[in-house]
Ligand binder design. Structure first.
Ligand code: NAP
Length: 325
């Protein structure tokens, strides 16, 4: 089969389409003929050589895909050859075929094209497992999402609105903020021209928000604590603003705050299967109802993966960038 190989750590040009061995499936896996895969920020970090693949994972990039099942392992009962599915992967989505644990596979939600289904597994599992399963965001609460126009952000806005939250977002320009509002955000904050802490306080009568989904890490840590309400929860999923910082412990105690963080890729297959199960129960109906839509900015052929990476690193996109096999 053909796959995108990271020929050496470096810029987008190191991504090359090459002929490689087909993946072999284990007894509890299925082989998927890939229709599409989606880019994630982590793929760019892996390409640069700073995000080693977990043990046993495919060496090729790609944390999610959609496609058609081509063969099934002997312990797999739910899926059969010909099923149209999407899947959460530990790697290997940038290829014509990929092996996936059966517990990480989901049906294509009704009404969605096979291609667009590739835009959901990573964002749905990340957002559901963090702000819903762990931070327990509930109806009537307020949520602040940093990077509202990102793949993660555009999904989080829609599912949080669907579940009855008031949603605040930050983004770096007015076009991105307008888009976030179109898909449900209540308050848009341009982090380049406004102080997000002051704006959150102003919009919440001085209280602050209940939950924050944060992809910045160190650079926003102190400000995030400042704009949380009593019993607020900060969930950190990314370090775009650095990994270490000094902080004052007093707001944690004074406001009874919870700070958590998690990554999806390094979880065990059992843990991922649990998340997939919850996503199918809680998120898939919202997609089937048309309340949560795929936000696909552009699709490139697999052979142009490098173009996709250039676009992602330029930060011009809104939502997901797909590669079509
Ligand atoms: N922990 C996990 O399991 C997990 C899983 C998936 C993703 N993630 C993380 O989630 C984040 C989004 O991932 P993605 O794949 O959706 O990436 P993406 O679409 O490339 O989004 C990155 C976003 O960061 C925003 N951003 C950059 N600087 C910012 C700042 N100072 N304040 C607010 N926003 C800022 C950019 O928007 P602007 O142009 O508006 O700046 C852009 O929308 C990444 O940090 C990624 O590593 C974590």
């Amino acid at each position: 089969m053909k796959a995108i190989v990271i020929t050496k750590p470096g810029g987008p040009e190191v991504l090359q389409l090459q002929e490689v061995e087909d993946p072999q499936i284990k007894d509890d896996e299925v082989l998927i003929r890939v229709e599409a895969t989606a880019l994630n920020r982590a793929d760019t970090v892996q390409r640069q050589g700073s995000y080693p693949t977990p043990k046993g994972a495919s060496p090729y990039p790609g944390l999610e895909c959609s496609g058609t099942i081509e063969s099934v392992g002997k312990n797999v009962s739910r899926w059969k050859i010909g099923d149209q599915v999407c899947a959460l992967l530990s790697g290997g989505g940038y290829a014509e075929k990929v092996a996936a644990p059966a517990g990480q596979v989901l049906p294509v939600p009704p009404g969605l094209s096979l291609k667009d289904a590739a835009s959901f597994p990573e964002v749905a599992c990340t957002v559901w497992s963090t702000i819903f399963m762990t931070s327990r965001l509930s109806a009537g609460e307020t949520l602040l999402i940093h990077g509202g126009s990102s793949g993660i952000g555009t999904f989080a806005i829609q599912i949080a609105k669907y579940r009855g939250s008031r949603v605040f977002v930050t983004a770096g320009n007015e076009e991105k903020l307008a888009f976030c509002k179109d898909i449900g955000a209540d308050v848009g904050i341009n982090y380049k021209t406004e102080d997000f802490v002051a704006r959150v306080k102003e919009e919440t009568g001085g209280q602050g928000v209940d939950v924050i989904l944060d992809c910045m890490g160190a650079s926003y840590y102190r400000k995030n604590l400042e704009c949380l309400n009593f019993d607020g929860r900060l969930f950190i999923i990314g370090f775009q603003g650095g990994v270490s910082t000094e902080f004052d412990l007093r707001p944690l105690v004074g406001k009874r705050l919870t700070v958590q963080g998690a990554g999806l890729r390094n979880r065990s297959p059992e843990n991922k299967a649990l998340i997939i199960n919850e996503v199918e129960k809680n998120v898939w109906p919202a997609i089937a109802e048309g309340k949560v839509k795929p936000i696909v900015y552009i699709t490139f052929p697999l052979s142009e993966a490098a173009e996709g990476h250039r676009l992602m690193e330029s930060n011009q996109h809104i939502g997901k960038i797909l590669l079509f096999s």
